[in-house]
Design a protein around this ligand. Structure first.
Ligand code: ADP
Length: 519
């Protein structure tokens, strides 16, 4: 039996046996809805703690006190916790604010340092990273552990997320080792996207406060730079990522973003747990952003009303029979824009198909989309902005949702789409491969098909896959509706994933305690 299978069996065993014993979990993240969001990590950091708390666990989330948190309207109070964090040759003061995830028992501690975090954006300004990002997040990591010390609290596990929190496992295993509060705290790091690694010039090693001996190719160094994600992977007691397929892919040279060796080296501790979606926010039956609410029993009428409003308000031709393709996401190469734009251009010219696009990102993609919008205003609706409301409206109005990602750790939009009765067309990679079942004779017969997928990353393969979807929408509405029903009936909620995280936490804590006993 391979280790992966062994690990999965162990997790499912633990899932059934030990779920009920409450755990004390510290969750550290650089973003979390509804406080601060740039992408999928925020959705996870808002929804997973809520679900863990619902299962009876005590969850405390640490987040930087960004301007968006302070302006969120969610009640935030001061605490007595104040600290001075060493960063290279200086000491930087900060303090802790207290809040609560609305509608839950989840405590949020916001690390307050206005110079670092009271800024308009989270990580970038005018498309460029803030020059002090390394310093900001080293400060954040150290503040989390100092707060734990000052609160005199010993959580069983610290769940770190992405490079911004990658230093926490390293600090636990080095500076904080041997102190009673920290001795038994296990650490897990989740990789939400391996493409973002927090790589900085080597002199930033001085900011970490750690000895240069850790700046080696097995731990913190990566081609001469300080790499904070690699640091987290090297030092954490366990590593997870956000889908089983991505957990395999990132161990290959093709998709390992240079870290495949590091990940292979720790493959015994690496597992993939699929993200869920927040079914309270993403529910077409109750969604306040929609022109009409619907469920699986009346989706035809509901979606048609939403589509009609979208067409009217966006200046598209008002016709329920014209296929509408929705796209929501970052305008970055990862999301497959090099495939989408040629097909879109060609189809706008020749076919009666509508495109509804919402996104922010690269200026070159924005320029092409703006040009296409000017040429085809009644076939292309374009919102180059970040808007939750429009995202919800597109999920309801579109017939097809397009997500031909070059790589996709998990992806949330394909699951939102299926919940909203919108058929996904995706590239078979990462979490897209784990959630979308391509419509074939077999999968249609056994009613597992819920969308369309293709593998080779080419314009031709994308075009054939969308063409199959459009053909089915236009010519075979009953099979189309079968795909919709299969998607809408699926359970994309966090409940199952949260149980898997609890099992992984318990397994990691148990191993950590066992390793202490054998030392
Ligand atoms: P990633 O994390 O790689 O950006 P995901 O599909 O995992 O991709 O998650 C992206 C999240 O951000 C989804 O909730 C999606 O709806 C949202 N999103 C992305 N771009 C926009 C936008 N321009 N406006 C509103 N929501 C957006």
């Amino acid at each position: 039996m391979s280790f992966q299978i062994g690990l999965r069996l162990e997790i499912s065993y633990l899932c059934s046996k030990t779920q009920s014993v409450p755990m004390d979990i510290l969750f550290a993240s650089s973003e979390a809805t509804p406080f601060a969001k740039t992408g999928g990590l925020a959705d996870v950091a808002g929804a997973l703690p809520r679900e863990l708390s619902r299962l009876g666990h005590r969850v405390t989330v640490f987040l930087p006190a960004y301007r968006s948190c302070l302006n969120s309207g969610i009640p935030i109070e001061p605490t007595e916790i104040e600290f001075e964090i060493p960063l290279g040759t200086k000491l930087v003061e900060g303090n802790l604010l207290h809040s609560r995830l609305p509608g839950s028992d989840v405590t949020f501690y916001l690390v307050n340092q206005p110079d670092y975090f009271d800024r308009k954006h989270l990580y970038t300004v005018k498309g460029k990273d803030y020059v002090d990002n390394c310093e900001r997040f080293i400060f954040f990591c150290r503040s989390v552990l100092e707060s734990v010390r000052m609160l005199d609290w010993s959580p069983e596990i610290i769940h770190a997320n992405d490079w911004q929190t990658g230093l926490i496992p390293a600090l636990l295993k080095t500076e904080y080792v041997g102190t009673t509060t920290f001795e038994n705290i296990a650490s897990l790091i989740t990789i939400h996207n391996l493409a973002y690694q927090g790589s900085f010039w080597h002199w930033d090693m001085l900011l970490t406060g750690l000895d240069w001996k850790y700046f080696n190719w097995r731990q913190m160094e990566f081609y001469g730079q300080l790499n904070l994600l690699k640091t987290g992977i090297a030092f954490a007691d366990a590593i997870s990522t956000v889908s089983p397929t991505y957990a395999q892919e990132i161990q290959t040279p093709a998709q390992g973003c240079g870290l495949h060796d590091t990940l292979q080296h720790r493959s015994d501790e690496l597992t993939g747990i699929l993200n869920g979606i927040d079914v309270n926010t993403w529910n077409p039956q109750t969604d306040p952003a929609l022109a009409a609410n619907y469920d699986v029993t009346n989706f035809e009428a509901g979606k048609s009303a939403c589509k009609s409003v979208m067409q009217k308000e966006s200046g598209l031709v008002e016709d329920p029979n014209i296929p509408m393709i929705g796209i929501i996401g970052r305008l970055e190469s990862q999301k497959g824009w090099s495939l989408i734009l040629p097909v879109m251009k060609q189809w706008l010219e020749t076919l009666d198909v509508q495109w509804v696009v919402l996104g922010t990102g690269q200026a070159d993609y924005q320029a092409v989309l703006n040009r296409l919008k000017r040429s085809y205003p009644d076939k292309l609706a374009l919102t180059l902005d970040f808007s939750n409301e429009v995202a919800h409206q597109i999920e309801a109005a579109a017939d097809i949702f397009l997500m031909p990602s070059e790589f996709e750790p998990c992806g949330l939009n394909q699951m939102y789409s299926m919940a909203y009765g919108t058929v996904p067309v995706v590239r078979r990679t990462g979490g897209l491969a784990d959630t979308v079942v391509n419509a074939t004779t077999e999968t249609l017969a056994d009613k597992t098909a819920n969308g369309f997928s293709f593998q080779p990353f080419t314009v031709e393969d994308l075009e054939s896959s969308i063409a199959l979807a459009v053909d089915m929408f236009v010519n075979d509405r009953s099979t189309w509706n079968q795909l919709i029903e299969t998607g809408m009936h699926s359970d994309w909620s966090w409940a199952a994933s949260a149980r898997k995280y609890v099992a992984l936490y318990k397994q990691t804590v148990t191993r950590k305690l066992a390793s202490h006993q054998t030392v």
